[in-house]
Design a protein around this ligand. Structure first.
Ligand code: GDP
Ligand code: MG
Length: 177
């Protein structure tokens, strides 16, 4: 952790996208504040949260953008994607539809973002194994085909959330440094 007042070497904008209710806001709450809430209201107001980390002795401020519920109407604007160097493309492993919509989100992302954007496919709610509707193999295969990183996470149990962001941030760091 960089001490407050330290200089920031890099700011990386990372966006969260995917269907409503897949857990985007809770993934962010887990990463930025190590918090989780089971009855999270649709995010209102706050556009992004930040966390500053050290990668190879450089201080990197991750600026993570969360939708304010616009994804429900597929009305995420181009301003949301502007300047993003990383993305977490999130589905819910218990909701097949949220995985079936991933190609559409990917297309939208690729249409708006930088061509070198680093993308992590995230299957969230891995704690709900008994309700699984998307196999790990299907997702892995899709990610491989599209050249995406892939991890299954649980914001509730704090599984792989840190790893998902760190993989994306470290990869971005490697590209730009
Ligand atoms: P968003 O619309 O994509 O931002 O989704 P939210 O973060 O608001 O989460 C939607 C619902 O899923 C909330 O009730 C969360 O508590 C719940 N949720 C989010 N992540 C997880 C998880 O990893 N496991 C479980 N069991 N529930 C989760
Ligand atoms: Mg949300």
């Amino acid at each position: 952790m960089a001490a407050s007042g330290d200089k920031i070497d890099y700011v990386f904008k990372v966006v969260l996208i995917g269907d409503s209710a897949v857990g985007k806001s809770q993934i962010l709450a887990r990463f930025a504040r190590n918090e989780f809430s089971l009855d999270s209201k649709a995010t209102i107001g706050v556009e992004f949260q930040t966390r500053t980390l050290v990668i190879q002795h450089k201080s990197v401020k991750a600026q993570i953008w969360d939708t304010a519920g616009q994804e429900r109407y597929r009305a995420v604007t181009s301003a949301y994607y502007r300047g993003a160097v990383g993305a977490l493309l999130v589905y819910d492993i218990t909701k097949r539809q949220s995985f079936d919509h991933i190609p559409r989100w990917l297309e939208e992302l690729r249409g708006h973002a930088d061509k070198n954007i680093v993308i992590m496919l995230v299957g969230n709610k891995s704690d709900l194994e008994d309700q699984r509707a998307v196999s790990t193999e299907d997702a892995k295969e899709f990610a491989q085909k599209e050249g995406l990183f892939f991890l299954e996470t649980s914001a509730l149990e704090a599984t792989n959330v840190e790893a998902a962001f760190m993989t994306v941030l470290t990869e971005i760091f490697g590209i730009i440094s």
